[in-house]
Write a protein that binds this ligand. Structure first.
Ligand code: AMP
Ligand code: MG
Length: 424
């Protein structure tokens, strides 16, 4: 069992008047979804600079895609009407059409042209018979088994002139980048990247490269969170470490909130003497929620400082990553202009038992793979302590076990979430 929250309860003298109602993960999603408005503002970026960004406007094509009616195969372009009932014909070859070099004449009765894949279909022709069904005899070609109208790609069959190629709100992946390029665009209007300030809190934290002093450990959360923010395409304002000092935490959070769309901290959200983040949010900000019936990740601060969204993630390295993937990732995607979508879940067969006590929804680290017969299989990811970051490094997914469940037996089907989603 994790050590992060075991047995801890809010003291009754706590300044918010006692134990607030803990929220389910589904309720947390609903509250976050309802409270996020995408950032305003757009910018023009270069074509390649659009990768990973979200389109600010619909993109239309002003011309047909593909621009020319062209050959889908290497072979011979001809008039389909020349083919007899068996698809045969004997035609005179009058030239060659190459991709990028259209034939400079049309195809008349009794004629055909050699044609390469992608070459515009010469005027008069409407059919391409593939090379393999032809035999050359001097200046002529004998065709067998041709089909009128076949192997021709019509101009505009992908997108006719005037059509919407991509909708506002679309995230540009390599495929969308290619679609934008096919329209001949060199610049794209995208939504401004949300700017996200990032802090780690804790007197025990040292930066990699520094000598470690007694009682210290290297900060890993600022690296896992930085990595996840980078994958999400956020503009990151890395503000380093905060000491466990009330005044420093308050001043730094307020300053970061004034300059960013969102602020993320790790650590200091429990109820220990040195846990100042939650207190500062309750006193200076607006609290959305802070206790969840999930494991790991029970103490998660969500709220606002002024206009900036705030996520106070737990300090335990696994808890920080789990709460980020579960709740921060969908929130930031929404902030960036996409729809709010909780993590996608698929079903997999448990290769081993996943033990659990009833009470909280558990996100156990596990390894998803596909068996020879195509069945998705999920194996245990090793010891699950919320301080064991290598359990995340070994794993590639969460097994999600519902709050009331007593655990999963081997061979049962379970809900699985790949860390970065299914649709990518
Ligand atoms: P906290 O939530 O601040 O009480 O921290 C819980 C546990 O996570 C403690 O064992 C901390 O030392 C550890 N921890 C907090 N922040 C970090 C960090 N940035 N990197 C690695 N471990 C951390
Ligand atoms: Mg701490």
């Amino acid at each position: 069992m994790s050590s992060e929250t075991d047995g801890r309860r809010l003291p009754s003298c706590d300044d918010d008047g006692g134990e607030p109602g803990a929220l389910s993960v589904a309720e947390a999603h609903a509250r976050i979804a309802a409270s996020i408005v995408p950032v305003r503002g757009q910018e023009t970026v270069t074509l390649r600079g659009a990768l990973g960004r979200v389109l600010a406007e619909d993109v239309h094509t002003s011309f047909d895609i593909p621009p020319n009616t062209n050959a889908a195969m290497d072979g011979f372009a001809l008039r389909g009407a020349e083919l007899d009932s068996e698809g045969g014909a004997r035609l005179t070859v009058v030239g060659t059409a190459w991709a990028g070099h259209p034939l400079d004449r049309g195809i008349g009765p009794g004629e055909c042209a050699r044609i390469m894949t992608g070459a515009p279909i010469p005027a008069g022709a409407d059919t391409v018979v593939m090379q393999e069904r032809t035999e050359t005899e001097g200046d002529a070609v004998v065709i067998r088994g041709g089909k009128p109208g076949s192997n021709v790609r019509t101009a505009g069959e992908d997108l006719p002139a005037g059509a919407r190629a991509l909708a506002a709100g679309t995230r540009v992946r390599p495929a969308e980048l290619g679609v934008l390029a096919s329209l001949g665009l060199t610049e794209v209007v995208v939504i401004r990247r949300p700017s996200v300030a990032l802090f780690a809190t804790g007197d025990e934290l040292f930066e990699p490269g520094q000598p470690l002093r007694p009682g210290g450990l290297y900060d890993s959360n600022r690296y896992t969170v930085w990595g996840m923010l980078t994958r999400l395409g956020m503009a990151i304002d890395d503000r380093g470490h905060l000491p466990d000092d009330r005044a420093a935490v308050e001043a730094s959070l307020m300053a970061a909130a004034a300059e960013n769309d969102a602020v993320i901290t790790t650590g200091g959200v429990s109820v220990g003497e040195a846990d100042h983040v939650g207190r500062v949010l309750r006193e200076q900000g607006d609290v959305g929620f802070w206790r969840l019936t999930m494991k790991p990740g029970r103490p998660l601060n969500f709220g606002r400082f002024g206009d900036a969204l705030f996520f106070g993630l737990p300090g335990n390295p696994v808890s920080a990553m789990v709460t980020f993937y579960q709740l921060v990732q969908p929130a930031l995607r929404r902030l960036a202009g996409a729809e709010y979508r909780p993590p996608e879940t698929l079903r997999a067969r448990a290769a081993v038992a996943f033990p659990k006590k009833p009470g909280r929804t558990e996100f156990q680290r596990a390894i998803l793979s596909v068996a020879r017969d195509g069945t998705p299989i999920v194996e245990a990811g090793g010891p699950q302590g919320s301080g064991r970051l290598t359990s995340m490094a070994r794993a590639n997914c969460f097994v999600v076990i519902p709050a009331q469940s007593h655990g999963v037996a081997a061979d049962e089907w379970v809900d699985v979430q790949p860390f970065e989603g299914i649709t990518g």
